[in-house]
Write a protein that binds this ligand. Structure first.
Ligand code: SF4
Length: 89
């Protein structure tokens, strides 16, 4: 399984084409786990927006039932909670 840079989680969707690299590869993981919602949204836009793995990462993040922390697939933890409540992905 390929790790996302130095981030601790390594989602299964990264088992695939080694040529496709996540934008967060090598980024400071602390940036993705900020306590500030506004900063998390900025990180999501800057890294995830142009990431080639945006959709699989987003789908993976929304399927997690363990109250996943941090920015994943262009979403913050608060946004994922809201999307799940609304039944959207
Ligand atoms: S969508 Fe965001 S969190 Fe997911 S792999 Fe890409 S940059 Fe990383």
């Amino acid at each position: 399984m390929t790790a996302i840079g130095t981030r601790s989680l390594a989602p299964d969707f990264l088992d695939g084409d080694p040529e496709i690299r996540p934008r967060c590869d090598g980024a400071d993981p602390e940036r993705f786990f900020t306590a500030s919602e506004a900063e998390a949204q900025r990180v999501a836009a800057a890294y995830c927006g142009p990431c080639p793995l945006y959709w699989p990462c987003r789908g993976w993040a929304l399927r997690q039932t363990n109250d996943l922390h941090g920015v994943w697939g262009g979403t913050t933890q608060a946004q994922r909670k809201r999307l799940r409540r609304q039944g959207r992905s």
